[in-house]
Design a protein around this ligand. Structure first.
Ligand SMILES: Cc1cc2nc3c(=O)[nH]c(=O)nc-3n(C[C@H](O)[C@H](O)[C@H](O)COP(=O)(O)OP(=O)(O)OC[C@H]3O[C@@H](n4cnc5c(N)ncnc54)[C@H](O)[C@@H]3O)c2cc1C
Length: 460
């Protein structure tokens, strides 16, 4: 039976102190509502017991992502759209960004919040295995002040949490020291979107050569609460991945979970899928040791070193960080395909950062922001201009000036294999472009330069 709106009261005090005071004054009376994507389902089904609702939506104290050197702090009312589009979440916490992009459809991602997912406490909630793998802490708030609790202790049983009746989740904190970990996640459901998970996994590992030296495996939908597979982790830690280890890990994972039969799946299916996902994760880790030497060595580099090494291939930090976050790559082609995808999705600001690392066509001196490796590659790429006739060099210098006056950035062309005359003709043609057409042409040239540089780097 549907609910009657006149039976309900919804207030929006608009600030956190007023809301926690209200919850303390009448404990259990007022139900917080954030995005409403769980609460409104209960309301529509006539099953919402609380008649008084207090809104957390867009509360400044609860929304947004603060970044510091050692951690990020995600406001509890931050939406999935905020999460999946945030640069640092995407690069440093890909398990969470991925879970956010698989939670419901776009409309749901625009409203649903991470705090709501935690408190709704469904064993099938998609973001929770990622929070377990990242060993998140929660900041809880009430009139008594704030307390910080490890997320792993938050769910005390099926649909139960340790939140007091007058408490809210204020923020979710994730430590930023996992950049050189390899991550793996899968959601298994009837469809990728708009489907509740039958099984989900979020896992991370750090490899030391071909040994697993740290690992975290978290699964959803296979027990009353999301679980860390601690026994499986113990079995694989310190070991090399081979057939015996895969067999032992599969069995340990099956022993640790407590799946049930329900309308979405059966316990037997869930056990088989968990074993397969753990195997897939370990196989992914083992491939980190079988690609060619440069890629293999780079896969094992600490995060910052890996970013610094790849950066000169493109010149954009966002690109380099995103490429590092997706390690390991099966082979060179997979790396280059990922590079293209990341580059095409970057912002104009990131593109301009990369363009600014190139010297003018016809000039030997690289800008001071370019690394020595980038400057050396630029010199090789511009080989075709070095012996050009003086009048062509002068014409290039003049056209460069005109270009910079019009577009306020350096002219970019993939110079490899082109003569000075060819580049001059391209420059003169592109001077007729409007700004956005020219930006896209430059970005495409940068993509080609990056591909060539990646190939050089891989073959050194
Ligand atoms: C069409 C649809 C598809 C969906 N698909 C998925 C999916 O694929 N994966 C998935 O995991 N979920 C899915 N959900 C469930 C839902 O979107 C998520 O659980 C979402 O994160 C809930 O957040 P919310 O802000 O909307 O919560 P609300 O509905 O506002 O609140 C949910 C619960 O959390 C409490 N609460 C909210 N914020 C706080 C806070 N800061 N402190 C204390 N208590 C709080 C509320 O009191 C309530 O009990 C789907 C829902 C719908 C309607």
């Amino acid at each position: 039976m549907r609910s009657d709106p006149s039976d309900y009261e919804l207030i929006s005090p608009g600030n956190l102190p007023a809301i926690v005071a209200l919850l303390a004054a009448q404990p259990g009376e007022w139900l917080p509502i954030a995005g409403g994507t769980d609460v409104m389902v209960q309301y529509a089904a006539g099953k919402l017991a609380n008649r008084k609702l207090v809104s957390l939506w867009n509360l400044p104290e609860l929304r947004g992502i603060e970044i510091s050197d050692h951690e990020i702090r995600i406001g509890a009312a931050t939406t999935y759209t905020d999460l999946r589009t945030h640069g640092i979440v995407r690069t440093d916490f890909p398990l969470l960004a991925n879970a956010a992009s698989l939670t419901g459809g776009i409309a749901n991602q625009n409203r649903g919040t991470l705090g709501g997912n935690l408190v709704n406490a469904s064993p099938a909630a998609d973001s929770l295995p990622a929070l377990l793998a990242y060993e998140a802490d929660l900041i809880l708030v009430s009139v008594r002040g704030e307390r910080r609790v490890p997320y792993v202790n938050f769910h005390t049983g099926y649909k139960r949490t340790l939140l007091a009746s007058d408490e809210l989740i204020r923020a979710i904190c994730l430590r930023r020291h996992l950049g050189n970990y390899i991550s793996y996640s899968r959601k298994v459901g009837a469809r990728n979107a708009q489907a509740i998970s039958k099984v989900s996994i979020a896992a991370l590992a750090h490899m030391s050569r071909d040994l697993i030296d740290d690992v975290r495996i978290a699964v959803g939908s296979v027990a009353p609460i999301p679980l860390r597979l601690r026994e499986t982790e113990k079995i694989v830690t310190g070991n090399k991945i081979d057939a015996d280890l895969l067999r032992a890990a599969r069995q340990a994972a099956i022993n640790e979970i407590r799946p049930i039969d329900d309308i979405r799946s059966t316990a037997a299916y869930r056990s088989a899928v968990v074993a397969n996902l753990v195997t897939q994760f370990l196989e992914k880790l083992s491939r980190a040791g079988t690609t060619d030497d440069v890629l293999h060595r780079w896969h094992l580099c600490p995060h910052d070193q890996a970013v610094a090494e790849i950066f000169p291939c493109c010149g954009s930090f966002a690109w380099a960080k995103a490429l590092v976050a997706r390690r390991p790559y099966e082979n060179d082609a997979a790396l280059i395909a990922a590079s293209d995808e990341i580059w095409n999705a970057l912002s104009q600001h990131d593109w301009l950062e990369a363009f600014s690392k190139h010297p003018r066509i016809g000039e030997r001196k690289a800008p001071p922001t370019a690394s020595s490796q980038s400057a050396a590659w630029s010199a090789q790429e511009q080989h075709g201009v070095a012996n050009a006739a003086e009048d062509v060099q002068a014409a290039l210098a003049e056209a460069n000036r005109e270009y910079e006056k019009k577009f306020d950035r350096v002219f970019l062309v993939c110079a490899t294999g082109k003569s000075a005359e060819e580049m001059l003709a391209i420059l003169r043609r592109r001077l007729r472009n409007d700004d956005s057409t020219e930006l896209r042409e430059s970005a495409e040239e940068q993509r080609k330069i990056t591909n060539l540089r990646l190939k050089k780097w891989l073959s050194q």
